[in-house]
Write a protein that binds this ligand. Structure first.
Ligand code: URA
Length: 315
């Protein structure tokens, strides 16, 4: 079999595998041909080495590299430092495979986000949420943001307005962002779950999204993160931490303020603003503020003496 036929077979077999895993590629013939070409190049024997023995696993690995190249991502073995100059780490293949591929792999971030917006707004993966939602809440802010805030799920206001964090908790988040000398349009704000969790009849308030709901919706968030490539992610509340890091019980009191690694992107867990609305103590406000100071430091943003001193007890 010729190298190019072999490469084409590899592409088709990998597409089939991904399809079976629920990952659907919408690629033109031209893109498929390019993939086959890349896979063919990668699996071609090196001129300076003896041709490798036939090995079933090898071409698949090479194909993954081809897909990575196509999706403009590279495996991040070592977390990238959060420096402005450094190349930002792309999500590794396993997570990208879980991400959706609704947007083109290249192009301006705003255009890529816009391309995935429509399909996400039309999502029907959770029929129970489709029935009760007013609309899907995609995300908002600067597609080129270096800072991304991730909450758990839209509440009642967000469900109506179609924008994350616009209710009371959202107003507090806006204040926090502005106290950091930023604005909502500097950062990107999204949720792990894009639909408002339904509440049992007769019950008011917000229900915590289930693990299943978050896992179903997470590929959209992964694709958003993969497009935006923020230098820092802030996870708002234990549920967002659980959804992002795939952990069962985050224990936000223990985890807040402790840097985590999200596939090479530093992730800061902090309290959800709605927790601060319920607990107005200076100590808790200071905790969140210290987390934001750490974020500003990580982003190399200047911090004034006044900012350093916010929410400290008066002596
Ligand atoms: N709480 C969240 O976690 N997200 C929102 O968008 C609103 C409230």
């Amino acid at each position: 079999m010729s190298d190019s036929q072999n490469a084409t077979d590899i592409v088709h077999s990998a597409l089939q595998t991904l399809h079976e895993q629920g990952v659907h590629f919408h690629a033109s013939n031209e893109v498929l041909a390019r993939l086959a070409e890349t896979a063919g190049q990668k699996s071609a024997p090196s001129p300076t080495r003896a041709a490798p023995q036939h090995d079933d696993t090898r071409p698949k690995h090479d194909l993954r590299a081809a897909f990575q190249a196509q999706m403009n991502t590279t495996p991040a073995a070592v977390p990238a430092p959060a420096s402005r100059a450094s190349a930002r780490a792309a999500l590794p293949f396993t997570e990208v495979a879980n991400a959706t591929t609704l947007a083109p792999a290249t192009g301006a971030k705003a255009e890529r986000l816009a391309a995935m917006r429509g399909p996400v707004l039309a999502c029907t993966k959770c029929p129970h949420l489709v029935k009760t939602r007013t609309q899907v809440v995609f995300g908002t802010g600067n597609p080129d943001a270096e800072l991304m805030f991730v909450g758990e799920a839209p509440g009642a206001y967000e469900d109506i307005v179609g924008e994350p964090f616009v209710g009371k908790a959202g107003q507090l988040l806006t204040k926090i962002i502005e106290t950091m000398n930023l604005s909502r349009s500097d950062v990107y704000i999204a949720n792990v779950l894009k639909c408002r969790p339904d509440t049992p009849p007769g019950e008011a308030g917000n229900r915590k999204p289930s693990t299943q709901e978050m896992q179903t919706c997470k590929p959209y968030l992964l694709e958003q993160i993969n497009i935006i490539q923020p230098r820092v992610i802030v996870a708002l509340g234990g549920t967002a931490v659980e959804g992002l890091l795939n952990i069962e019980k985050a224990g936000i009191t223990r985890m807040r303020g402790q840097w985590q690694d999200f596939h090479g992107i530093p992730l800061m867990p902090t309290f959800h603003p709605s927790y601060l609305l319920r607990n107005q103590s200076l100590v808790e406000k200071r905790h969140v503020w210290e987390d934001m100071l750490a974020v500003l430091e990580k982003l190399d943003h200047p911090i004034s003496a006044k900012q350093h001193a916010f929410f400290l007890p008066r002596s």
